[in-house]
Design a protein around this ligand. Structure first.
Ligand code: COA
Length: 149
């Protein structure tokens, strides 16, 4: 198992995993965002991304954005885990931890002192995966919107 930063030529393979993580998002949008990052454009949602590979096959990803703040964190700005995904057959085997360690290393090297993340309230496996990687639950929120017609 190899964990590495995304690089030129990864857009399609990376986007395929992104689509598995975010199946309701337009796949073209996910690919365009990946391509844009790989071309060096600043994107508000991706500051860094790593793939886990088994042979030449990508089997997991982690993506970080640097947010201006994140609820419950002590530092600003703060790197936020925007996406964390491991292919189902490889879950429970430590891939998640290796991906998170790469993200932590990236953040430490840039002088950040903590990572932020979030998860849906009923995603018990994700919450357990976070806490087993050292995350501490700090808050529970209800998000709301009001369309302004
Ligand atoms: C989140 C994810 C990356 C975690 O990776 P993983 O390899 O599945 O992690 P594990 O199977 O080792 O599970 C992590 C912990 O949850 C526990 N767990 C497994 N299934 C569980 C369940 N249904 N409910 C509660 N805990 C569960 C495991 O025992 C483990 O705890 P431990 O380390 O204390 O033993 C992976 O499950 C995934 O890709 N999920 C879909 C995408 C997602 O939800 N991403 C997170 C939000 S972006």
């Amino acid at each position: 198992m190899l964990i590495r930063s995304v690089r030129q030529g990864d857009a399609q393979r990376w986007a395929m995993l992104r689509h598995k993580l975010w199946p309701t998002v337009d796949p073209d949008e996910l690919t365009a965002e990946a391509e844009s990052f790989l071309k060096g454009s600043t994107t508000p949602t991706i500051a860094s991304a790593f793939l886990a590979e088994e042979g030449a096959t990508p089997v997991g990803l982690i993506e970080l954005a640097v947010r201006s703040f994140s609820d419950g964190c002590e530092s600003m700005p703060v790197p936020h885990v925007e996406g964390w995904y491991v292919e189902p057959p490889l879950r429970g085997q430590g891939v998640r931890r290796a991906l998170m360690q790469s993200a932590e290393h990236w953040a430490r090297e840039r002088g950040f002192s903590e990572l932020a993340s979030d998860t849906e309230i009923d995603n018990h496996r994700s919450l357990a995966a976070h806490t087993s990687c050292g995350f501490i639950e700090v808050e529970r929120l209800i998000k709301l919107r009001k369309p302004l017609a």
